[in-house]
Ligand binder design. Structure first.
Ligand SMILES: [Zn+2]
Length: 257
């Protein structure tokens, strides 16, 4: 096989690794958004609880105001009752006073009822507030974890990029281009191992004389699978270090199958 093949195999390994790292990194903004969205429920519960409490408070004020109005009226009727001249007028005033007192009692019942509801509403606000606080704290912790993981991944990606540069250095230009072209078309994969006379990229049979060429240390040809177009290499490749000493700059035209 071509002496640059072991480098390309290494390149493929590091490129796959980098692709996985990039995929994972790309999922991070969504992970952050998902974590943020957990607050939405807790926030809307706080708003709903506070609305409920405000409603109870305004109802209570309304009943208080009504009660006060009836009390004022009752006082006014009592004041008048001392000055009336006829029994009919007196009875009519007594009737008005009784009516006003009934209304005062009714309004006091309502105030009591609404005060109890307001207490419930206050409890609901307190619970919602503390649940929101808890959710915010756990979000902050989750964000920290996600950000730490992202930093770690970025470091690994930088390391992979540096490693790639070292690996690709001895590969001749035309083979770099060929590798890049195939990898771009084939979802990041340019290399296929041959095992049992079969391309592991697509399963197509590889002719025995090509397998032999792939195993030969003296061959400088690059072979591509006729089925999938990937660059073929034999398993049990020439050890990386041995090949690295070889004539890595000697380029031979790639098969265009
Ligand atoms: Zn193939």
């Amino acid at each position: 096989m071509h002496p640059a093949i072991p480098h390309l195999i290494e390149l493929q390994r590091v490129d796959h690794q980098a692709a996985l790292l990039r995929d994972e990194l790309e999922s991070f903004p969504k992970r952050l958004r998902d974590a943020e969205s957990k607050l939405t429920g807790a926030r809307s519960e706080v708003v709903a609880a506070k609305d409920g409490l405000a409603k109870m408070n305004s109802e209570r004020k309304k009943y208080e105001f009504e009660g006060q109005e009836w009390k004022d009226r009752a006082r006014k009727y009592r004041d008048q009752s001392g000055a009336v001249k006829t029994n009919d007028a007196y009875r009519a005033l007594q009737h008005e006073i009784a009516n006003a007192e009934a209304e005062i009692a009714k309004s006091e019942d309502r105030q009591l009822e609404v005060m109890m509801k307001a207490e419930d509403a206050e409890r609901r606000v307190k619970i919602a507030d503390s649940q929101l606080k808890e959710a915010e704290q756990s979000l902050a912790a989750e964000k920290k974890t996600i950000e730490a993981q992202a930093t770690e991944l970025k470091k690994k990606l930088e390391a992979a990029t540096a490693e790639r540069e070292k690996i690709i250095a001895p590969v001749p230009e035309d083979l770099r281009d060929l590798y890049a072209r195939i990898a771009k078309r084939r979802g990041g994969t340019a290399m296929a191992a041959v095992r049992d006379e079969q391309c592991r990229g697509c399963g197509l049979r590889v002719l025995p004389h090509i397998v032999q060429e792939l195993r030969s240390e003296t061959s400088e040809e690059v072979y591509r699978c006729e089925g999938c177009g990937l660059i073929l290499y034999a398993l049990e490749p020439i050890p990386y270090t041995k090949a690295a000493d070889g004539s890595a700059n000697a380029s031979s035209p790639a098969s265009t199958n």
